[in-house]
Design a protein around this ligand. Structure first.
Ligand SMILES: Nc1ncnc2c1ncn2[C@@H]1O[C@H](COP(=O)(O)OP(=O)(O)OP(=O)(O)O)[C@@H](O)[C@H]1O
Length: 479
């Protein structure tokens, strides 16, 4: 059946030869081939296919309607609409067969029949591909489910533990905020429960069924912040972002976007955020299209935003836009009436998580904890309870158990500075500075028990700089 290419290299003969080679290849490599005329009657069938179909030979099939020999054949459909079916799975005698069907046309383009190729008599050879596909589909569905669950908040306003009048008033305001669907600004020191309350407000709002998406502005490098917020259009960049990606505003569409540490936002991004808040429209980087979004923003900060405005570090128009409904979370030292309830709640959480018996506090421990000034607030309290529990076997935790962990009076302002490296004439200055930096960061992390916001504040650097240095020096902060 092979045809050699003649000296005449005209397009028609190349196509003819190409077609012939393709047919030869298919005939050789596939398990069965059948051709039908324009009426759907078998005009030709190869030996392999006839044997596979349980016929004595091809002559048993010739002239018969194709469905009589191959019950699930769709060759008639191909003749009818003149379109190929390039890949399909057909069952023959309970066996799946991968098939390809092509219409046969005359020079005028009229369909004069069709040809079918059975590519594999068992799907076995396609199995790795098929199971890889199924595996990926399964993983994708699972990840989507997990993400949806994660984005649906796990807290309610009552998860904010507190029985003091100030806490009750705070929860009342949060419930009202949930109903109003306006921008909320949560103000409070680190660890006072701003993120927890944001989750709670979302859960009590009409948006509860939609995503809750959080972004810690201080932890995102300045250069990536816009992409993180507004997304990147496909083809805008080469490399990882080539395909484009959605920004947090789009992901949160219909739901709530929690902007943590909003005071750390660079001025240039503040302008863009303000526009989005006003217009509820985003423009992904590198795209000319504007997309409508419906997002409720809850912002939080541990900074004095008014002061930042006065210093020109925060836009006043954005401040007023965010400050529609401010809720101040008082530091723990100002609501010591909540201490018992909080300790009980946190000790229960710790026991459930660690699988260890639940600890209790002796009166001396309560008095000790009430005398401490809690710069890290509830987060610090939880860490202290967990650490104290690890240091003793006893169920009842005493003041002594906490005395080694918490030093009354020692806070960010009074923590001892790290020891400077000894001057060394032979060493480059950069090396010595890096060593001192590492020491100071480690020591600050230790004294804040890994609290990044507090560590950054102690060291007088932004959280973003702290994260950058942690990465640079490969410092982990598991304290
Ligand atoms: N009132 C509370 N009741 C129960 N748990 C609380 C309360 N306040 C804070 N927590 C717990 O303390 C930890 C810190 O809280 P959260 O992250 O909400 O604080 P934050 O103010 O957002 O801190 P940061 O400003 O550092 O981000 C979390 O584990 C949170 O669940």
């Amino acid at each position: 059946m092979k045809t050699s290419i003649a000296a005449s290299w005209d397009v028609d003969s190349i196509l003819r030869v190409g077609m012939q080679s393709l047919l030869d290849l298919l005939d050789e490599s596939c398990e069965g081939t059948v051709a039908v005329d324009e009426h759907g009657r078998i005009a030709w069938i190869n030996d392999k296919y006839a044997a596979f179909l349980g016929l004595k030979g091809p002559e048993d099939a010739l002239g018969k309607p194709v469905e009589e020999v191959i019950p699930n054949s769709r060759l008639r459909e191909v003749i009818r609409n003149g379109k190929p079916i390039l890949l399909d799975i057909m069952m023959i005698r309970d066996q799946p067969l991968v098939v390809m069907r092509i219409p046969l046309k005359d020079d005028a383009g009229k369909v004069i029949g069709a040809i079918g190729f059975a590519l594999y008599d068992r799907l076995q050879r396609l199995k790795p591909l098929v199971s890889k596909f199924a595996e990926l589909q399964w993983a994708l569905a699972n990840t989507q489910k997990e993400l949806a669950q994660l984005r649906h908040t796990k807290y309610s306003i009552s998860s904010f533990v507190g029985v003091s009048p100030v806490s009750l008033e705070l929860k009342h305001r949060a419930r009202r905020a949930a109903q109003l669907d306006t921008t909320v600004l949560l103000l409070g020191e680190t660890g006072t429960g701003k993120e927890l309350l944001a989750h709670g407000i979302h859960a009590a709002s009409g948006r509860a069924g939609k995503p809750f998406v959080g972004i810690n502005i201080a932890a995102v490098p300045e250069t990536l912040l816009e992409a993180e917020f507004f997304g990147v259009a496909a083809g805008a960049y080469t490399g990882a972002d080539r395909k484009g990606r959605e920004g947090k505003f789009k992901i949160a569409d219909g739901g709530t976007l929690f902007l943590d540490e909003v005071g750390d936002m660079p001025l240039q991004v503040q302008a863009k955020l303000l526009r989005v808040l006003q217009e509820q429209e985003i423009e992904p980087l590198g795209s000319n299209t504007i997309t409508k979004v419906d997002v409720r923003v809850i912002a939080a900060t541990s900074h004095d935003l008014k002061k930042l405005v006065a210093e020109g570090r925060f836009r006043s128009d954005l401040y007023y836009r965010l400050n529609v409904l401010p809720i101040a979370l008082p530091p723990l030292r100002e609501r010591l009436a909540d201490l018992d309830a909080l300790c009980e709640h946190l000790l229960e959480q710790i026991a459930a998580r660690t699988g260890m018996p639940q600890r209790e506090l002796t009166p001396s421990a309560r008095a000790f904890l009430a005398s401490y000034h809690w710069p890290g607030n509830v987060r610090e309290l939880r860490n202290a309870l967990e650490q104290a529990g690890m240091l003793t076997e006893s169920i009842a935790l005493t003041a002594e158990d906490f005395a080694t962990i918490l030093q009354p009076g020692a806070g960010p302002e009074t923590a001892a500075p790290a020891e400077a490296p000894q001057p060394d004439e032979q060493r480059p200055l950069g090396e010595a500075v890096a060593e001192l930096e590492q020491k100071m960061i480690r020591s600050a992390l230790q004294s804040t028990r890994g609290n990044k916001a507090l560590t950054a504040r102690m060291l007088g650097i932004s959280r973003a700089t702290l994260y950058q240095k942690l990465g640079e020096y490969k410092i982990t902060s598991d304290f």
